[in-house]
Design a binder for this molecule. Structure first.
Ligand code: NAD
Ligand code: PPY
Length: 353
């Protein structure tokens, strides 16, 4: 994507980028909003087709973090970091990755607390330990380093709660015997799959990682399908837990489940995809609501001083937020995504007034 398109379509506050010639990494931090408090959102490290694509991902993900904070009732703004790597993280020499983290920490220090980072795709608690030690502006350190540890279990629980709420809305009070298609069997996807299997769901799953597939088949009896067969697979619930931007209008027209609810950020490639799903009677749980468990864990534990029980109760509340969104969508005959954005706008406008 050309950078001009990104600039013209993003209403956020600040986006800063830096190219590190020595490692070939292109680092971006996007701060979407600080209206409710300092911005926060994870650091995503992966390979992008172009630097424009990386900046677009950072800005869209940052906006989504603002909505996530509002929907979860957290007193923070939205931000995100994207590190566009020259090769996949697993192929980087450890010292090259350390240098990239050092550059990232320098950039975070320059923002001086307007933005706090945390884990996302390609980074984890061990990286947050390093960033926190270098600059202090990182959530999600490992428990050994005094942090709250991985956010994946709370994210997974929130997604499970969201799947159940969306299934109820679609007329499926129980998941026993329901066919659930899980895309991505990483830290969150595998955990969600385990929780759904515990409810008697029949699992169908796909991942680009053959080992992850083997684990899901052995441990949970999942039927493994090809990654290209996921989007049109006939089932009851589709649970996207891999990367985002894969449901465009065409994909939305072909999805063959009654529910879409998952962990991936920015599942929808466009606003119109939400309308397509809605017209087809497919219940979509807006991603920034369904995957809010990780943010609730990190901000709850590190900013608000909550214990695990309070965090767990707030994650359960995701069901109530979704029920409110579903009611609004029904009453106003709009998509659930529009209803969720309406809720966010109203809340931000109220705070501004
Ligand atoms: P992860 O990296 O552990 O897992 C992602 C999995 O998706 C990997 O196993 C990967 O091999 C697989 N994958 C990648 N491309 C794929 C494709 N085309 N088809 C099928 N599988 C594919 O990441 P995670 O922590 O499990 O997060 C999953 C998603 O949830 C991400 O989009 C992330 O941004 C989002 N999310 C995570 C958290 C959290 O707390 N971890 C919080 C909110 C949102
Ligand atoms: C996300 O939920 O998408 C994240 O990026 C995780 C996160 C949440 C809150 C602060 C830092 C990271």
């Amino acid at each position: 994507m050309h950078i001009d398109e990104v600039v013209h379509s993003w209403p956020g506050r600040l986006c800063c980028s830096r190219f590190d010639e020595e490692t070939g990494a292109f680092l971006t931090i996007a701060v979407d909003s600080t209206q409710r408090g300092p911005a926060a959102g994870g650091t995503r490290a992966m390979v992008y087709e172009s630097f424009g694509d990386a900046v677009r991902d950072a800005t869209r993900l940052a906006s989504s973090m603002t909505s996530k904070m509002v929907a979860a009732g957290l007193p923070m703004g939205g931000g995100k970091s994207v590190i566009a790597l020259p090769v996949p993280r697993a192929q980087l020499e450890p010292e090259v990755w350390q240098r990239i983290l050092d550059r990232h920490a320098e950039n975070l220090a320059m923002l001086n607390g307007s933005y706090f980072t945390g884990p996302d795709i390609g980074t984890g608690p061990a990286d947050m330990d390093v960033l926190h030690q270098r600059c202090g502006f990182a959530f999600g350190r490992s428990e050994q380093a005094g942090g709250p540890g991985s956010s994946a279990p709370e994210t997974a629980h929130g997604v499970y709660v969201a799947v159940r709420a969306a299934a109820r809305e679609a007329g499926m009070p129980e998941l026993d015997g329901a066919t659930v298609v899980v895309q991505g069997l990483g830290a969150v996807g595998m955990d969600v799959a385990r929780r759904l299997a515990g409810q008697g769901a029949r699992l169908v799953a796909a991942d680009v990682d053959a080992l992850a597939c083997e684990r899901a088949a052995d441990e949970l009896g999942a039927r493994i399908i090809g990654v290209d067969d996921v989007l049109g697979f006939a089932g009851d619930v589709f649970v996207p837990c891999a990367v985002g931007n894969m449901v465009d209008d065409v994909v939305a027209s072909g999805i063959d489940t009654r529910v879409v609810a998952g962990a991936a950020n920015n599942v929808l490639a466009s606003d119109s995809a939400a309308r397509v799903l809605s017209r087809r009677g497919i219940v979509y749980a807006p991603d920034f609501v369904a995957n809010g468990g990780g943010a609730i864990h990190l901000i709850g534990r590190e900013v608000l001083g909550w214990g695990p029980e309070k965090v767990a109760a707030k994650v359960e509340d995701i069901a109530h937020t979704l029920e409110r969104i579903f009611r609004t969508a029904r009453a106003l005959r709009i998509s659930t995504d529009e209803a969720a954005h309406r809720l966010v706008r109203e809340s931000l406008d109220q705070a501004a007034a």
